[in-house]
Design a protein around this ligand. Structure first.
Ligand code: DGJ
Length: 591
């Protein structure tokens, strides 16, 4: 075993020296690939769009109760499932690994033609440490906990059961277990590629105080900012995330010093924010940008560095065994949660992405758990500086997957709790089905200017987008749009009624992916809007609808299910994309 690992290591270095990543040298192994400004997941040599859902945390801690779940996932058109692996179950005794659950989940996924992303619930899950094995939990000398100040960020009583990042023993134990997991996955799946990616830990960060105040942490905090971080910042000075750069700029772009000298003050240990203040600020959501700056910056930056360094070692240990894409996920700062500690301080939030990049270059993706209503804004914030977008947790809004795929080039979308508390609703299942069919075309266009997506809510003014040779005007029509027979010159829309006792359904959130596939040809997927064309070049300015086809892709081939004309498009004058459908449309120009 030792020899073969050494040989593998040698092959890896040789490949890297030749400018190839390990993944590229091993046929078909999942890896990331850049296409234009998009980053895609490539599996078995082809780009793959992850249309997924995440199981609730403990759903796969036994195989039998999962039996009725698998067919439901398939019926909802998922192609991938995100499944937690608990360190406690995987390594119940130090050095003894139990592969039963991992193997069982892989077997069931294959049986159901599903892919997997495993979530390594190691040292941390939602800030705290509830998934490490008993032998770790009870040994708080070998595996030290963080300490929080006398004055906490939020004075909820009780200790914080949270392993400290400042312990090599903890890091090495986590890394050894993760390496064993990756070694096993390679053995059982290195050829078949059911497992696409790994999430490493879950929503890390310090809760209830802005940083770890254990003696080891205090010593590190009083010492200099590590040279590796300083030189990364110097090298990337002009491209740093703006809200992070502001912090460094405010302290004169110092090239060395303690954390507080370089990044500004941390929270005084004794300063306590009373729970009443905390609760009273949980008022209505403020504007989406109003809370996005760092409070007590050196505390959050210090913690981001320490989590990143710790996880870099864990990821390196895993990738040395089997190199597939790996990501970490962020518990996002809620509007009005200004202080680090009310959200996990040091987690991979956008304001500290540069610190994570510097500290953990082997982590491929910094991912948002995106439940906030400012969905598009956060997709954009998580796409800065080339960070690939992957959304491991979210809600089930179909408009969001349409936007994430069509506009923000996401690698995947994955509502949380799909086995039970938040199953995939029919509209999302339909949209997943359509995106699955269209994914080869979507993926071929991602990263270019021939694809985009638009979202419209009831009451929004029409939106215009320039795409291919035409400017498209998108007007909200909603769920119940119809085309009156004599519609010439009218804007036709019968927007959804407001919710009432008779009609409890909220108005549809309209969304569509728009793809320009030729000089006069488009595919649209989604629904709830009218689409009008204006030429964006000289020549005849009137546009007629040529072929308008409703259809599906079957085995990659377009199959028309209805040719649209006459009453269905106001005698050729009005095009409506009904929820949720795929339309192929050709247009022509006339004087
Ligand atoms: C976010 C966490 O990452 C999940 O594991 C789960 O705890 C959900 N919150 C619960 O809403």
């Amino acid at each position: 075993m030792r020899m073969s690992r050494m040989f593998f290591g040698w092959m890896l270095s040789a490949a890297c020296a030749a400018g190839l990543s390990q993944a590229q040298t091993v046929a078909g192994v999942p890896h990331l690939h850049k296409q234009g400004n998009a980053t895609q997941l490539v599996v078995d040599g082809k780009p793959f769009l992850v249309l997924s859902g995440e199981l609730s945390n403990n759903a796969a801690t036994a195989l039998e109760p999962m039996e009725p779940i698998w067919p439901k996932l398939v019926a909802s058109n998922l192609n991938t499932v995100l499944v937690g692996v608990s360190w406690a179950q995987f390594e119940p005794e130090e050095g003894k690994f139990n592969y039963t659950l991992v193997d069982g989940v892989i077997a069931k996924a294959r049986e159901n033609h599903l892919h997997l992303v495993f979530l390594w619930f190691g040292c941390w899950k939602n800030g705290t440490s509830s998934y490490p094995p008993y032998w770790v939990k009870k040994d708080y000398v070998r595996f030290p906990r963080i300490q929080i100040g006398a004055g906490k960020t939020v004075s909820i009583s009780g200790p914080v059961e949270l392993l400290s990042t400042l312990s090599d023993a903890t890091r090495d134990a986590d890394a050894a277990a993760f390496a064993a997991l990756m070694r096993h996955i390679k053995e059982v799946d290195g050829a078949q590629h059911t497992v696409l990616m790994m999430q490493v830990e879950n929503e890390v960060g310090v809760l209830r105080d802005s940083r770890d105040r254990s003696p080891a942490a205090n010593r590190a905090f009083a010492g200099p900012v590590p040279a590796e971080l300083m030189s990364y910042l110097e090298a990337h000075k002009d491209n740093l995330i703006p809200e992070f750069r502001e912090v460094w700029a405010a302290n004169g772009f110092k090239k060395a010093g303690t954390w507080e000298e370089v990044f500004g003050p941390g929270k005084p240990a004794s300063l306590e924010i009373p729970i009443q203040t905390f609760v009273s600020i949980l008022g209505p959501l403020e504007h989406e940008n109003s809370w996005q700056h760092l409070h007590w910056p050196s505390d959050e930056i210090f913690m981001a560095w320490n989590y990143a360094r710790f996880l870099e070692k864990v990821v390196q240990a895993g990738k040395a065994e089997y190199n597939i894409p790996m990501y970490v996920n962020a518990w996002l700062q809620q509007p009005n949660h200004a202080w680090p500690g009310t959200y996990p301080s040091g987690g991979p939030l956008p304001q500290v992405h540069d610190v994570w990049r510097a500290g953990a270059p082997d982590i491929d993706i910094l991912a948002p758990d995106l439940y906030l209503e400012y969905f598009d804004n956060l997709c954009a914030r998580f796409s800065r500086n080339g960070n690939p977008l992957f959304i491991p947790e979210t809600s089930t809004n179909p408009a969001n997957v349409i936007m994430a795929v069509g506009k923000y080039n996401t690698i995947g979308f994955s509502p949380f709790g799909i086995d039970g508390n938040r199953p995939i609703p029919p509209d999302l299942a339909t949209v997943y089905g359509l995106l699955n069919q269209l994914s080869p075309m979507i993926l071929a266009h991602q990263g270019t200017d021939s694809i985009t997506a638009v979202r419209l809510n009831q009451g929004d003014p029409p939106k215009q987008v320039k795409l291919g040779n035409y400017t498209l005007t998108l007007t909200y029509t909603g769920r119940s749009a119809h085309v009156p027979p004599q519609a010439k010159g009218q804007v036709v829309a019968s927007p959804d009624p407001s919710p009432s006792a008779a009609n409890p359904e909220p108005p549809l959130e309209a969304a569509a992916i728009l793809i320009s596939t030729g000089p006069d040809e488009y595919y649209f997927v989604g629904g709830g809007m009218r689409i009008d064309f204006t030429p964006n070049s000289p020549g005849p300015q009137n546009v007629g609808l040529g072929d308008v086809q409703l259809g599906n892709f079957v085995d990659g081939k377009w199959k028309v299910t209805r040719q649209i004309a006459g009453d269905d498009d106001a005698q050729g004058e009005i095009l409506i994309l009904r929820p949720f459908t795929i339309l192929r449309v050709t247009v022509y120009r006339f004087p």
